[in-house]
Design a binder for this molecule. Sequence first.
Ligand code: GLU
Length: 373
Amino acid sequence: MRFVVKLGTSTLTRGTQRLSPPLVIDLARQVAALKDEGHEMVLVSSGAVAAGRERLQVPHLPKNVPAKQMLAAVGQPRLMAFYERIFEMYGVTVAQVLLTRKDFAGRRGYLNARNTLAALMENGVLPVVNENDTVATDEIRVGDNDNLSALVASLVDADWLVLLTDQAGLFTADPRCDADACLIAEVAGKEIPPDIWRAAGGSGGSGLGTGGMVTKLQAADLARRSGACCVIAQGAEPDVLTRLAGGEHIGTRFPPLATAVESRMRYILSGGHHAVGRLLVDAGAVGALRRGASLLSVGLTAVSGEFDRGDTVRVMMKDPQGADGETEVARGIANYDSRDLVRILRKPSDEIESVLGYHFGDEVIHHNNLVLL
Ligand code: GLU
């Protein structure tokens, strides 16, 4: 299974002004154990600003954006060094992946981020994702790592999104000031009820992180709609990750509303309404697509329309018996733009690099990014 685990600043610092190794060491042990069992893991981690503050001894979180960006610039490499040291003990290689909203907003960025994360996971590397705070201005910011982690979960078709925080989960009221507050074990149903949104109101714990429970609830809702099961749980809960993976119910759970495949198909089909690109393919390619294979350049006979890498395109075949028409057989996300495809059509995949001078993989459309019609 594929897990996205989000660690917030309050968990990383345990409410102090410094990154706190013990908890992270324990989580790293669990991440390594799950990787050993064959699960794929992605970490989304806050803490860059906190690490910058720790280094520069800035006691109060500045309000102005350049100051925060400066702190993130100082803190992000320190945060990565922190993870590198800890995961090294378990033989896990970490990689830094910094994203902004535009990396999810369809098209090229989406595909690039998705492919990079997939390649890292395939090679057993643990991606550690954060927002690219140093360059992200308001228009391109996600703004909080709860929502960022949900976007990542959707990007990688995660089965699980685990939001680790300093609270045991979502409560009916703020447990720090209301003795009657009880933990909500599960949130199901198509819409999240208003009283749960109300209960999540106000911001969370230590004032060090950006998100409160509201952003966690937004993230959970987004994740469950894209096919992941989301859990809000306490980072300090013993063996929280391995127990969750073992099927135990911990914290607040949001079961998925769709499967990841359904949600991907919806994404692809919805992109198809404005699809200008058409790829004409031969009968051999149609047969291969119907058997679940990817679309390769060798089966591509013509390209029409101008489109970018990452755009949704229509896959067409000629109507039989010499008729003039074409029928749409599939829709998918193109790995190459229209100019490149014109140059590589009918060519075997192993010639792509010599023709273009680079390549984005053997597939014109990967079968995971393709919906048969
Ligand atoms: N990206 C910010 C950081 O690393 C944190 C955002 C958040 O806490 O949600 O400091």
